[in-house]
Design a protein around this ligand. Structure first.
Ligand code: BEZ
Length: 377
C-alpha cells in the first residue's frame, strides 16, 4: 500500500479482503519451517472465524527457496503483481534483508515470522516492520549465558556462513566471554551445505570443553546425527540455539536426546494458553506444533491487533502500525511485548530434548531485549 491514497483506494482499504502475502521457503532445507509458519498463521485466523478486524483474509504465496539472490524479484511478485496489503516472511535472514529493503521502499507492512537478521530491528528498523520471532542475537546470547554458567571455559562454534549463523555466534560469544569463557575457534561452511566431516574432525582434534552450533531444519537433522555418529556426543557437550532441535526431534532420533538448547519456546510449557494452542494445532493439522508454528500464529495475532484497532480500515495507517507495535501478544510461549524497534522482548528458556519434545528446564534469561544497535526511530 502506498502512502498517498485516492478516495477510491481509501474505500477499498476498508472493505473486501485484506491481502496477506506469504513469502516463505516451501522447498529446500527450510521447507518445513515455512510450512509450519503458514499453518500457525492460518490457525489463528481460523480461530477468529476467518476474519481479522472484521475483514476476510485472502492469501497469496511465493516460494523464496531461501535464496537471497532471488529475494527482490520474489517480494515484488507480492508487492507489485499481487498488490498485497501485508507481507509475512520469511525464514532465511539473507532473504529477509532483501524483503525488508523492498518493504521499506514501498512502505508495505512486513511481519517477520522467523528470520532473525539483527539489522532488520537495528539500522533498517522501520514503523512498518515488526517481528514475531527473535533477533539472531537473542538465542545466541542466552545460550552463551547458560554455557558459561555451566562452568565451560573453552568453546568452539560451528555454523553456516551467513547472517543467521554469524550473528547467533556473535551473541553467544558476547555472553560466554562476559561469563568467563573463551571461544577458541569459529568453524563454518556455506549455507545450506551439510558436509560436516572435516569440521567434526577438527573439533575432535581441538578437544574444546563445549561446542555451540547454529543449524536449523534439514541441516540441523544431519548435523546432530553426524555429531553423534562421530562419537563426539560422548566426549564434548553440544549446545545450540533451540533451532538445532526444534521441529527436528523425530528425524534426529536418539542422536538428539538430552541436548540442551535455549529458545523463546518450549513444547511442554504447562500453561492454559500453550495447552490450548497445541491441542488446536494438533486437531487442525494432525501434527505437533513447534516454534515456527508459534511464530506464525503470533504474526497473525500482531496483525489482528493492528486491524482490530482500526476496525479493518487499512487507510488508518499510523493507528494500525502503532497498535501493532504496542500490543502485548498472548503467545503460547508466554506473553510478550515488542521493543521500540519492533522485536519481541521475551523470556529465553533452557530446554532439554526428551522424547518428541524440547522440555522446559528453566528460564535462561528473563525478558531479554535485543540491543537494537543502530535503530533510529
Ligand atoms: C535465519 O536465517 O534467520 C534463521 C533460519 C532458521 C532458523 C532461525 C533463523
Amino acid at each position: 500500500m502506498t502512502l498517498a491514497m485516492t478516495g477510491e483506494a481509501r474505500a477499498q482499504a476498508a472493505t473486501g479482503p485484506v491481502k496477506v502475502g506469504f513469502m516463505l521457503p516451501y522447498t529446500g532445507t527450510y521447507a518445513s519451517l515455512g510450512n509450519m509458519i503458514e499453518a500457525g498463521f492460518k490457525l489463528y485466523v481460523q480461530e477468529q472465524g476467518g476474519k481479522l478486524g472484521g475483514r476476510e483474509i485472502q492469501y497469496f504465496k511465493v516460494d523464496d527457496e531461501s535464496e537471497p539472490a532471488k529475494a527482490t524479484d520474489n517480494v515484488n511478485k507480492l508487492i507489485k503483481r499481487d498488490q498485497v496489503d501485508v507481507l509475512v516472511g520469511t525464514v532465511h535472514s539473507g532473504v529477509a534483508l532483501g524483503m525488508a529493503k523492498a518493504a521499506k521502499e514501498s512502505n508495505t507492512l512486513l511481519i517477520i515470522p522467523n528470520a532473525g537478521a539483527d539489522a532488520i530491528t537495528g539500522p533498517l528498523c522501520s514503523p512498518n516492520i515488526v517481528r514475531s520471532s527473535f533477533s539472531n542475537w537473542q538465542p545466541g546470547y542466552s545460550t552463551g549465558v547458560v554455557v558459561a554458567q555451566k562452568g565451560h571455559k573453552r568453546a568452539m562454534t560451528i555454523t553456516w556462513n551467513y547472517a543467521a549463523g554469524s550473528e547467533t555466534v556473535k551473541g553467544f560469544t558476547e555472553a560466554f566471554e562476559k561469563g568467563g569463557g573463551k571461544v577458541v575457534k569459529d568453524l563454518n561452511l556455506p549455507f545450506p551445505n551439510v558436509e560436516f566431516q572435516a569440521l567434526l574432525t577438527e573439533i575432535a582434534a581441538q578437544k574444546p570443553d563445549a561446542v555451540f552450533a547454529f543449524f536449523a531444519g534439514g541441516g540441523a537433522v544431519k548435523f546432530v546425527k553426524d555429531y553423534a555418529a562421530a562419537g563426539l556426543n560422548k566426549t564434548i557437550p553440544l549446545y545450540g540455539s533451540g533451532f538445532l532441535t526444534d521441529g527436528t526431534l523425530e528425524a534426529q532420533g536418539a542422536a538428539a536426546q538430552g541436548l540442551q538448547t535455549t529458545l523463546h519456546y518450549a513444547d511442554n510449557l504447562d500453561t492454559p494458553r500453550n495447552n490450548a494452542f497445541r491441542k488446536s494445532f494438533a486437531l487442525a493439522y494432525k501434527a505437533n506444533a513447534d516454534v515456527y508454528a508459534v511464530q506464525g500464529y503470533d504474526a497473525a495475532q500482531i496483525l489482528a491487533a493492528g486491524l482490530n484497532a482500526v476496525k479493518g480500515d487499512l487507510s488508518k495507517r499510523e493507528a494500525l502500525t502503532t497498535a501493532m507495535h504496542k500490543t502485548t501478544v498472548d503467545s503460547p510461549r508466554g506473553k510478550f511485548t515488542l521493543s521500540a524497534a519492533g522485536n519481541p522482548v521475551q523470556d529465553m528458556y533452557l530446554r532439554e530434548a526428551k522424547g518428541p519434545n524440547n522440555e522446559f528446564k528453566s528460564i535462561a534469561v528473563k525478558a531479554l531485549a535485543d540491543p537494537a544497535r543502530g535503530c533510529k526511530l
